[in-house]
Design a protein around this ligand. Sequence first.
Ligand SMILES: Cc1cc2nc3c(=O)[nH]c(=O)nc-3n(C[C@H](O)[C@H](O)[C@H](O)COP(=O)(O)OP(=O)(O)OC[C@H]3O[C@@H](n4cnc5c(N)ncnc54)[C@H](O)[C@@H]3O)c2cc1C
Length: 452
Amino acid sequence: MTKSAPNPMALLAQIDMDALGRLSQKVDLPALLNAASSMSDGQLKQLSRMLAGGQEDKHRALPEANGDFFGQMDTLTDEERAVALTTRQFMHEHVAPIMNEYWSRDEFPKQLIPELRKLDLLRKIWNEDGTRKPNATVVEGLVTLEACKVDVSTAVFFGVHAGLAFASIALGGSDEQKAEWLPKMMDLEAVGAFGLTEPEGGSQVSQGMRTTCKRDGDSWTLRGQKKWIGNSTFSDLTVIWARDVDTQEVRGFIVRAGTPGYRVEKIGGKIALRIVENGLITLDDCRVPDSDRLQNVQGWRTTAEVLRLTRAGVAWQGVGCAMGAYELAVNYSQEREQFGKRIGEFQLIQNHLVHMLGNVTSMFALCLRLSHMADSGTMKDEHAALAKVFTAARCRETVALARETFGGNGILLENGVAKHFADTEAIYSYEGTNEINTLVVGRAITGLSAFV
Ligand SMILES: Cc1cc2nc3c(=O)[nH]c(=O)nc-3n(C[C@H](O)[C@H](O)[C@H](O)COP(=O)(O)OP(=O)(O)OC[C@H]3O[C@@H](n4cnc5c(N)ncnc54)[C@H](O)[C@@H]3O)c2cc1C
């Protein structure tokens, strides 16, 4: 039996004329009807499916963006998950609303420090005596992950203070030095910085350190420059690494803010991590008492131990940054429409999203394993180096795809993804560049060193 054609008068009688009037203010109805009248049967069917489907889909709840696709958070302890959630809440409440303003101002929002203090995060990682909690690296990693999903700079502020500076005193300080500084640093009453890199020596700093120290009675004289030192523009103490002119050994010093001969200039014009304040430190016959020399430093070995601990944290930065960008891209793909469809309906966009999710998932799994190895004492330099190489590279790829998903809007600060895109460039280069960490892994797997 053939279906009879609908009666045009009956169809017209069903139309809501008020709604049609409102529609005609937005759409050129005569032109639309004209176009429809010249469509083929196939085109008309496609149009009617689109209209019907569009109505249906718009009311259907879409899945929430979730970078933890394999439920890796579920493998954590309740305490670890709680730290992650506390950090997440802090980032959304206190950092997200102001981060773009501070990014534009090239400035760290110091008002975050008392708010961060309330979370008491350092005591979830360190004991008062400078030893680490049994799951310290996992917890540190989760704090980094959650912070970086929103803002990498905030994670860097925390990582420099609670990782590099704190670890230098915890590993290299005497009992008296630990007793003086660690409780204050845990409470964020004293903010720390870590000065190793020099204008002429980044990758080669272990071999070519130019900053010198010379003993003179009960004190030491420091000379030289340190570049890129995060937090140093407002830190209460900066750990400075210098080569002893008499013994050629590397020594560490706690240099207090305001010490004569110690000067910091803020490095301006950065295109990444603009919320972190990086300084160029000049030590111009800066005198430091011997009591502020880190008493238990065993030359470069101690510096390398600090870096090994913190390299895992930088690998986690890549995970968080990529996951944040991925989730932003999913949200955008569910909202942004082109050609009458949400862009998430396009196969090529889904391909981007799936590629990003694969990266994020593998990075997350790798870093969890790395942190468990660090906490159980089985992590070696090459493990941290491989994680850093892998996550930094995958992060770079992921944030680029996320930015691409936003089209032109991807370069606007207000849409979030641009900041992740830019910050990745710093992740890629610090705590051992991609090349240097590759050489560390290459040496371990071949037994042959390619270092020059
Ligand atoms: C935003 C930011 C924050 C930072 N914060 C701190 C901080 O708080 N404290 C601190 O001490 N430092 C900090 N750094 C410094 C950082 O650790 C160095 O930038 C990093 O070690 C690289 O050194 P470099 O920039 O001098 O590059 P270089 O060492 O000059 O390297 C330049 C290029 O040459 C390559 N290269 C060098 N040697 C070799 C080799 N043997 N084989 C192959 N390739 C090689 C590198 O991989 C790189 O691609 C920070 C850096 C940045 C960008």
